[in-house]
Design a binder for this molecule. Structure first.
Ligand code: NDP
Length: 270
């Protein structure tokens, strides 16, 4: 029987995961089925339990269910524990395991463009995406990781939670004045609403890499803001999307797909 996988979210109709996993499967010669499942907002647990009861082998979980997926899993990987959120689940003899591949996906995509060791990194936002990224960013040994958020208290709490893993500090946007960074990662959902972030001009230098986890055709509002501020390379989160999927595919199938052609095809289709 062909193994069955899915992405669960709400909404989920826009998800590119089925196309990405179909491309990985074709590339590695694997037989699998991957579908979209829209879970009701108040019905994630029933939907995911039903998916596994009906023979599902593994699934990805997207907005807004990553925290519920964390609670649903019988076993958690260390990086899922750290993030407090799960985007990848699979069933084996021990039950359902939950992992978080967002952070490693971000870092693998970033490595195409710069080495993070010794760099000053600014992470904007303190929601689920930021939580998923911090452990993986600190593992790259940056000189400093500053987490800045609209609600500064949330950033401070995150910094406290990850303090044992490396040099991290949390603050509000107003506390960033006068501090230049080598890399600025936008993990807020402000770009979705077309909102600009109140960032000081001193943030940007011509060599500063600006990275928006959001993606789309053309520059996101955050990347427009970075460009206007004089930042250097402007990168969006399409590569992160493909890399987090590749890590999930590896966990499920034991095969590592070549992400570059899949990313190029997705980019061309935007
Ligand atoms: P959450 O809802 O958990 O967090 C949202 C964050 O954005 C909070 O820090 C919030 O601040 C901040 N925020 C929202 N609106 C504004 C605004 N107008 N001005 C300033 N800050 C704002 O969302 P997620 O963390 O799950 O997702 C964040 C982004 O990352 C989304 O755009 C998502 O699509 C993207 N993402 C991309 C992935 C990829 O593979 N490329 C993977 C995962 C996420 P506050 O705490 O003050 O409310």
């Amino acid at each position: 029987m062909t193994d069955r996988y899915a992405v669960l979210g709400n909404p989920v109709a826009h998800s590119k995961s089925p196309a990405i996993h179909a491309a990985f499967a074709a590339q590695t010669g694997q037989k699998l089925r991957y579908e979209r499942i829209e879970a009701p907002l108040a019905g994630f647990i029933e939907t995911v339990a039903d998916f596994f009861a009906m023979g599902g082998a593994g699934c990805n979980v997207t907005v807004p269910f990553k925290e519920e997926a964390f609670r649903f899993a019988n076993l958690l990987t260390e990086r899922a524990e750290q993030a407090g959120a799960v985007n990848t689940l699979w069933l084996d003899d021990e039950g359902v395991t939950g992992d978080n591949t967002d952070g490693v996906g971000l870092v693998r995509d970033l490595r195409r463009h710069l080495a993070l060791a010794g760099r000053r990194v600014l992470l904007l936002g303190a929601g689920g995406a930021a939580r998923g990224a911090i452990g993986a960013l600190l593992a790259e040994r940056p000189a400093a990781l500053v987490v800045a958020n609209r609600s500064a208290d949330k950033a401070a709490l995150l910094a406290e939670r990850f303090a044992a893993l490396g040099p991290i500090r949390g603050c509000g946007y107003e506390d960033l004045a006068g501090e230049p960074f080598d890399l600025v990662v936008n993990a807020t959902s402000a770009s979705l609403a077309g909102a600009a972030l109140p960032l000081p001009a001193s943030l940007w230098r011509p060599e500063t890499v600006a990275y928006d986890m959001m993606y789309g055709r053309g520059l996101t509002p955050f990347l427009e803001q970075a460009r206007a501020g004089g930042a250097g390379p402007l990168l969006d989160g399409l590569g992160m999307l493909v890399e987090q999927a590749a890590e999930a595919f590896f966990l499920w199938r034991g095969a590592r797909p070549d992400t570059a052609p899949v990313l190029a095809d997705l980019r061309a289709g935007l």
